[in-house]
Design a protein around this ligand. Structure first.
Ligand code: SF4
Ligand code: SF4
Length: 312
C-alpha cells in the first residue's frame, strides 16, 4: 500500500515574525532541537523498516529548514526506494545550495511568501532557481488585505506556470467584500475552495485510510486536526491502522485536511500534486489564462523579469 504521511516534529520555532502566527520569532532551545532531531531519526528509521511506499509531507510548527538535520533528511529520503515523494512546507528563507543534493524527481516544496519579511524579487529569484534545477513547487501567501499589492507583484515575478495560491484569512467572518474575493480569485482561481469551512462531520475522508499524520513522539493520527490516537510507530504499522472512517470533527478548513474529503473530489483538481498543492496540468492551463488576464489588465510593472538576471 502507498501512504501519504504528514510528519510534524516536536519543534515549534520560526525565524519570521508574521503577526497572525503563533510560531512567530520563537527560538528553540538546544534541548528542544536535540529532542526534535532524535524524533526525526526515529521516524526515518521506522520508514526504512516498513514494507510500504510513502509520500512524506513535513508540516512543521514554524520553519524547519533552518535546521541542517531537516535538510539532510529531506535529501536522503528523496533517494530512497520506498519513498515516492518528499515535500516540506517552508518560508524558503534557507539557502538553496543544499537542494542540489536532492533527487529532483522526488522532491517538491510548498513555499510560503511573507511580504513583510522578504523582498518579492529575492523570493521569486530563489523560486526561479528551483525551475532551473527542475524541482516542483507551489507558492502561497496569506490573503490579508495588506498583502494585496505584494500578491499582484509576486504573480508578475513568478514564472507563468508557477501556481500562486492564496490562503483565505478566516479569523473574522465577512473579512472580504465581493470585489476583494473577485481580485483574489483572479490571482488564484482555486481561492474559493480555501474560503470555505467544510461541514465535515460524518463525511468520508481518506485520512486514516491511506493518509496519516505522525507526530514527533511517534503517535499516529488520521490528520493534524483529530485528537483520536490510532497507534504509535513504535508498535504499529500503517497497514494495521488503516481503515475507512468518517470524519469526527465538525468542520475542516485547512488545505492539508479538506483535500481528502472524498465528496469534494479535489483529487481530480490536484492529482499527484496534492501534497505540494500543485493543480494538475489541465487545471494549470486555466490558472495561467486567468493569471495572464490579471497581469494584462491590472499591472503596469515595467521590466518585471529584469531581476532574473541577478546572481542567485
Ligand atoms: S513564516 Fe510561517 S511559521 Fe514563520 S511566523 Fe510566518 S506564518 Fe508563522
Ligand atoms: S475532513 Fe479534515 S478534520 Fe475531518 S478527518 Fe478529514 S482532514 Fe481530518
Amino acid at each position: 500500500m502507498r501512504y501519504k504521511v504528514l510528519y510534524r516534529g516536536t519543534l515549534s520555532s520560526c525565524n519570521y515574525s508574521c503577526e497572525y502566527c503563533p510560531f512567530a520569532q520563537t527560538k528553540a532551545s538546544e534541548k528542544a532541537m536535540q529532542e526534535d532531531k532524535a524524533a526525526l531519526e526515529r521516524f526515518t528509521k521506522w520508514l526504512d523498516s516498513q514494507n510500504n511506499q510513502f509520500e512524506i509531507f513535513f508540516t512543521p510548527r514554524g520553519e524547519a529548514l533552518m535546521y541542517p538535520y531537516y535538510r539532510k533528511v529531506i535529501s536522503e529520503l528523496s533517494w530512497k526506494n520506498n519513498i515516492d515523494k518528499v515535500v516540506i512546507q517552508t518560508n524558503f528563507s534557507c539557502d538553496t545550495k543544499w537542494i542540489e543534493s536532492c533527487n529532483v524527481n522526488k522532491t517538491a516544496f510548498w513555499l510560503t511568501y511573507h511580504p513583510e519579511e522578504v523582498k518579492a524579487e529575492s523570493f521569486a529569484n530563489k523560486c526561479i532557481k528551483l525551475n532551473r534545477v527542475g524541482i516542483k513547487y507551489s507558492v502561497g501567501v496569506v490573503g490579508i488585505k495588506e498583502h494585496f499589492d505584494s500578491i499582484r507583484k509576486m504573480r508578475v515575478l513568478l514564472p507563468d506556470d508557477t501556481y500562486l495560491w492564496i490562503n483565505a484569512f478566516k479569523r473574522s467572518d465577512d473579512y472580504y467584500n465581493g470585489k476583494e474575493i473577485e481580485f483574489l480569485v483572479s490571482i488564484d482561481p482555486l481561492f474559493r475552495h480555501n474560503l470555505e469551512y467544510y461541514d465535515s462531520f460524518g463525511k468520508s475522508c481518506k485520512t486514516g485510510y491511506d493518509v496519516f499524520a505522525v507526530e514527533g513522539n511517534g503517535d499516529i493520527k488520521r490528520c493534524h486536526f483529530s485528537e483520536e490516537l490510532l497507534g504509535n510507530i513504535s508498535s504499529h504499522t500503517l497497514d494495521q491502522t488503516s481503515k475507512k472512517r468518517p470524519c469526527t470533527t465538525q468542520t475542516c478548513h485547512c488545505h492539508i485536511g479538506y483535500v481528502y474529503l472524498e465528496h469534494l473530489e479535489l483529487n481530480k483538481v490536484y492529482g499527484n500534486g496534492i501534497l505540494e498543492r500543485i493543480p494538475k496540468a489541465e487545471e494549470k492551463i486555466v490558472l495561467q489564462r486567468a493569471n495572464k488576464e490579471v497581469i494584462k489588465d491590472k499591472l503596469k510593472i515595467k521590466d518585471a523579469h529584469d531581476f532574473e538576471k541577478d546572481k542567485l
